[in-house]
Design a protein around this ligand. Structure first.
Ligand code: HEC
Ligand code: HEC
Ligand code: HEC
Ligand code: HEC
Ligand code: HEC
Length: 369
C-alpha cells in the first residue's frame, strides 16, 4: 500500500500535480482535473441539495416540529458525507456540497435487503467508477458495476420512513416499468454521454470518449419535461355543448410523472374563451396525495418524509400510460371559442417565489367553431 501510494504521488508530481487529495475531498479538488464533470455537477440539483433555501427552510421546520434527530434523517440523503463524518453541524465545506463526487465515487456496493437500500462507502484514495484499467496520478481507481446500473441511484430515490411508509418510490416504479427490460437504467436518461474531456488536457490527454452528464437533469429541465409527456387536444361542438378531450401520455419518463416527493404535481389547466364573452377554466391535478396516521392530508415535505403513513389517492401517470381527460362547457352553437390547455410542473409548497414553485412547459391551443 505504501509503495503504491508513493507511486501515485511520484506520478502526480511529474505531471505538476503535487497536492495529496484529502479524504473525503471537496468537489473543488476533483474539479482541478475533472473540470468538465465538475461544471455539470455544479448545475445539478445534487450540488444544491444542502445549500438550497428550500431545503434549509424545510430542515429547520423538521427540527422545530420533530426534534433535533430529524436533522440526521434529512442529511442522510441530502448530505451523506456530513452524516458519515459526524459533521451534522455542517462545518466543513464538503458537507455543504450535498451529494458530491467523493460520496458517489466512494460507493463500493449497494444492497437491497433491509427496509431501505444501503450503500457500503469507503473513503480512501481509491475512486470507484465505470471503467476498468484506467490510471490516475491522483488516486487509485476501481471498476464498479454499481456505477453503471440504477443501483447507485436507489440509495436515495427509494425510501421507507420509520413508520414503514414508502415515501419515495422512483426506483420501484422504474423496476416495474418496461425500461429495465430494454436495458435503460436511470443513467441512460439522466446521465447520457455528452462531449467533454474526462480529464482536463492540461493534466493528461485521454481518448475523446466524452463524459457522462453530471448535471443529471430532471423535472427542473424544460427539455426533460418535454421529453416526458406527449399531449393532444381535440374538441367537438354540438347542440350548445363544447366538449374538449386532452390526451396525455407518459412516453419518456422511466417512472411515474410526477415521481419522487409527494409534493410534486403535474397540473393541467384548461381554459375556454368564447368570442363575445364568457370564460371557463378547470384544472386536473396528477399527484400522489399522502396522509399521516390519523388520515390528515400532508401538505409539506418535512411532514411527508417523517410522518407519511398512507396514500389517499394516486393519479400520477405511469410509464407508458395514456390518460384521457374530458371537459364539457355550455357554449351557444355558432360561437367561436378559443380553447387552451396548459401543463405546469409544480415543485414545492415551500418555494418562496412563483418561478421556484411551478413551471409552465407545454401549451396546446385550438379555435373551435
Ligand atoms: C490530478 C488529477 C486528478 C484529480 C485531482 C482527480 N482525478 Fe479522477 N482521474 C484522473 C485521471 C487521469 C483519471 C483516468 C482517466 C482516463 O484514463 O481516461 C481519473 C479517473 C477517475 C475515475 C474513473 C475511475 C473508474 O475506474 O471508472 C473516477 C470515478 C474519478 N477519477 C473520480 C475522481 C474523484 C471523485 C476525485 C476527487 C476526490 C478525482 N477523481 C480527482 C485524474 C484526477
Ligand atoms: C446520496 C443520495 C442520492 C443519490 C445516491 C442520488 N440522488 Fe438524485 N437526488 C437526491 C436528492 C436529495 C435530490 C434533491 C435535491 C434537492 O433538490 O434538494 C435529488 C434530486 C435528483 C433529481 C431531480 C433533479 C431536478 O431537476 O429536480 C434527479 C433527476 C436525480 N436526483 C437523479 C438521480 C440519479 C439518476 C441518480 C443515480 C445516478 C441519483 N439521483 C443518485 C439524492 C440522491
Ligand atoms: C449521484 C452520484 C454521482 C456524483 C455526485 C458524481 N458522480 Fe461521477 N459518475 C457517477 C456515475 C453513476 C458514473 C458512471 C455513469 C455511467 O457509466 O453510466 C460516473 C462517472 C464518472 C467518471 C468517469 C467518466 C464518465 O464521465 O463516465 C468520472 C471521472 C467521474 N464520474 C467524476 C466525478 C466528479 C469529479 C464528480 C464531482 C464533480 C462526480 N463524478 C460526481 C455518479 C456520480
Ligand atoms: C426512459 C427515461 C428515464 C428513465 C429510465 C429514468 N428517468 Fe427519471 N426522469 C425522466 C424524465 C423525462 C423526467 C422529467 C419528467 C418528470 O419529472 O417526471 C424524469 C424525472 C426524474 C426525477 C425528478 C422528479 C422530481 O421530483 O423532481 C427524478 C428524481 C428521477 N427522474 C429519477 C430517476 C431515477 C432514480 C431513475 C432510475 C431508477 C430514473 N429517473 C429513470 C426520464 C427517465
Ligand atoms: C431517502 C432520502 C431522503 C431523505 C431521508 C430526505 N430526502 Fe428530501 N429529497 C430526496 C430526494 C431524492 C428528493 C428529490 C426530489 C424527488 O425525488 O421528488 C428530495 C427533495 C426534497 C425537497 C424538495 C427540493 C426541491 O428542490 O424541490 C425538500 C424541501 C426536501 N427534500 C426536504 C427534506 C427534509 C426536510 C428531510 C428530512 C425530514 C428530507 N428531505 C429527507 C431524498 C431524501
Amino acid at each position: 500500500m505504501g509503495r503504491y501510494l508513493l507511486g501515485v504521488l511520484l506520478l502526480a508530481t511529474s505531471l505538476g500535480w503535487s497536492a495529496e487529495l484529502p479524504v473525503p475531498s471537496s468537489a473543488e479538488f476533483c474539479g482541478d482535473c475533472h473540470r468538465a464533470i465538475e461544471e455539470g455537477w455544479k448545475q445539478s440539483a445534487h450540488s444544491q441539495a444542502v445549500e438550497s433555501r428550500l431545503f434549509q427552510d424545510a430542515m429547520k421546520l423538521a427540527e422545530t416540529d420533530y426534534g433535533a434527530s430529524a436533522r440526521k434523517t434529512c442529511l442522510s440523503c441530502h448530505s451523506p458525507i456530513a452524516v458519515q463524518t459526524g459533521d451534522l453541524a455542517l462545518v466543513r465545506k464538503v458537507s455543504w456540497e450535498g451529494i458530491t463526487c467523493d460520496y458517489c465515487h466512494s460507493i463500493r456496493e449497494v444492497t437491497l435487503t433491509g427496509p431501505n437500500p444501503k450503500a457500503t462507502v469507503d473513503y480512501s484514495l481509491v475512486k470507484s467508477g465505470p471503467w476498468k484499467d484506467v490510471n490516475s496520478p491522483a488516486h487509485g481507481t476501481a471498476y464498479s458495476a454499481v456505477h453503471t446500473s440504477s443501483l447507485i441511484c436507489v440509495v436515495c430515490h427509494e425510501y421507507r420512513n420509520s413508520l414503514g411508509f414508502p415515501v419515495l418510490t422512483t426506483y420501484s416504479e422504474w423496476s416495474k416499468s418496461p425500461y429495465p427490460g430494454k436495458n435503460q437504467s436511470c443513467q441512460s436518461c439522466h446521465m447520457y454521454r455528452v462531449e467533454g474531456n474526462v480529464v482536463d488536457p492540461r493534466v493528461q490527454r485521454t481518448a475523446e470518449a466524452g463524459i457522462n452528464l453530471h448535471q443529471i437533469p430532471g423535472s427542473h429541465s424544460m427539455q426533460q419535461l418535454e421529453k416526458a409527456l406527449h399531449a393532444q387536444l381535440s374538441a367537438t361542438h354540438e347542440g350548445g355543448r363544447l366538449q374538449v378531450v386532452v390526451e396525455v401520455a407518459n412516453r419518456g419518463a422511466g417512472h411515474s410523472v410526477p415521481t419522487g416527493s409527494p409534493m410534486r404535481q403535474l397540473i393541467l389547466e384548461l381554459r375556454a374563451d368564447p368570442y363575445g364573452g364568457g370564460h371557463w377554466s378547470e384544472r386536473r391535478v396528477f399527484r400522489r396525495t399522502v396522509a399521516d396516521q390519523k388520515g390528515a392530508v400532508i401538505k409539506l415535505e418535512p411532514r411527508a418524509f417523517l410522518k407519511g403513513a398512507q396514500v389517499v389517492s394516486d393519479t400520477r401517470i405511469a410509464p407508458g400510460e395514456t390518460r384521457k381527460e374530458t371537459f364539457t362547457f355550455q357554449v351557444p352553437q355558432g360561437t367561436r371559442t378559443q380553447v387552451e390547455a396548459d401543463f405546469f410542473y409544480y415543485y414545492s409548497p415551500m418555494a418562496t417565489t412563483e418561478a421556484q414553485q411551478k413551471l409552465k412547459f407545454l401549451t396546446l391551443r385550438r379555435l373551435v367553431e
